[in-house]
Design a binder for this molecule. Structure first.
Ligand SMILES: Cc1cc2nc3c(=O)[nH]c(=O)nc-3n(C[C@H](O)[C@H](O)[C@H](O)COP(=O)(O)O)c2cc1C
Length: 325
């Protein structure tokens, strides 16, 4: 019997498959369905600071001054109350851990709400801080510092594990992640996916690109999982991005991830892909003589003596072989 148990962010999970934050986890009924399909945990759809702020801006345009204070309080409280309800209902229906997710892109003042998330019964809290920085006068490096500042602030109000989900638009991951670990992060998620951007050349308009990811998103996830696992070995990592089949799950674990957080493959292939991936993992472990995940987790991370140069390779040197050369 192969043992698929793993630990992530202080939680003991029956296997390394987590359904990541997206609309697939925005109701307790959906979350129960993921549990029944074999998922070890779910991350709830994020509660978005940005969205609440946008609603407030809209309200400000229409409202009389005296109504504004009431509206601000109402919008925020209403959104937050719905989210707490989602946590409570998911906890009632599911026996797997339920991880809450909040998006905080600018200020951390309303993160006091994190305490209510903990009280509602969330097993952990994932912070989704990703945003595009587009102001020329922003101090270089302040976006990275924002991650550390928000983590510190949230850690003062909750005792549950705090997980930081990173975007792909950060610089210097290793020192950043080292600082996150030093300031109490229980884990990091590599990486969040940005809503994509495109241009319609006939309508001469900006449009949205494809929402869902593809299997070739995996390469950078493996690179950074391996590098971070080699340099900051005590910090748990969730690989997220391009985990589309059993082989990519095995690769993520070999690079050093404790778990995978999957979204697009569930949209593409449905709930059955959870069992497919876990069955592949068990069969692969059997073929390679592994009884449990810790026996091979991080075996190919970028530690000294383990081909770290492969992870650091960025240039197509002259000896790089291409199929049609
Ligand atoms: C349609 C869609 C909605 C998403 N919503 C959220 C979200 O609310 N919060 C979040 O942290 N990540 C969100 N993500 C990112 C996913 O959780 C996941 O980290 C990312 O898509 C990479 O995994 P994948 O390649 O399996 O899709 C979303 C992704 C997609 C495609």
């Amino acid at each position: 019997m192969r043992e698929l148990q793993t630990s992530f962010a202080g939680l003991t999970l029956k296997n390394p498959f987590i359904v990541s934050s997206c609309s697939l986890t925005n109701s307790a009924e959906k979350n129960k369905k993921w549990e029944d399909a074999g998922a070890a945990a779910v991350v709830l759809k994020s509660l978005f600071e940005e969205e609440i702020e946008a609603e407030l801006v809209h309200a400000q345009q229409d409202a009389h001054a005296e109504e504004l204070d009431y509206l601000k309080t109402y919008y925020r409280a209403h959104r937050l109350e719905n989210y707490l309800q989602l946590i409570k209902e998911s906890k009632q229906l599911c026996s797997i851990p339920v991880i809450a997710s909040i998006n905080c892109y600018r200020r951390a003042d309303w993160l006091q709400f994190a305490r209510h998330i903990e009280e509602a019964g969330a097993d952990a809290l994932e912070l989704n801080i990703m945003s595009i920085r587009s102001e020329a006068d922003e101090v270089y490096g302040s976006y990275e510092q924002l991650h550390i500042d928000i983590l510190k602030q949230v850690k003062t109000v909750v005792n549950i594990p705090v997980i930081i989900k990173l975007g792909r638009n950060l610089t210097n991951y290793i020192p950043l992640v080292d600082q996150l670990y030093a300031n109490g992060a229980a884990a990091v998620v590599l990486f969040n996916r940005m809503a994509t951007f495109d241009i319609d050349i006939e309508k001469l308009a900006c449009t949205q690109g494809n929402a869902l990811g593809q299997s070739n998103d995996l390469s950078e996830v493996l690179r950074w999982t391996g590098l971070i696992a080699g340099q900051v070995p005590k910090l748990n990592i969730a690989a997220s991005g391009g985990i589309s089949e059993g082989a990519s799950l095995v690769k993520a674990l070999l690079a050093g991830a404790s778990v995978v957080e999957v979204c697009s493959a569930l949209y593409w292939n449905g709930a059955g892909c959870i069992e497919d991936m876990l069955t592949f993992l068990k069969e692969w472990m059997e073929r390679h003589g592994y009884e449990s995940i810790p026996q091979f987790q991080g075996l190919l991370n970028a530690r000294e003596g383990n081909t770290p140069k492969m992870f650091e390779r960025t240039q197509f040197f002259s000896n790089y072989s291409l199929r049609n050369d």
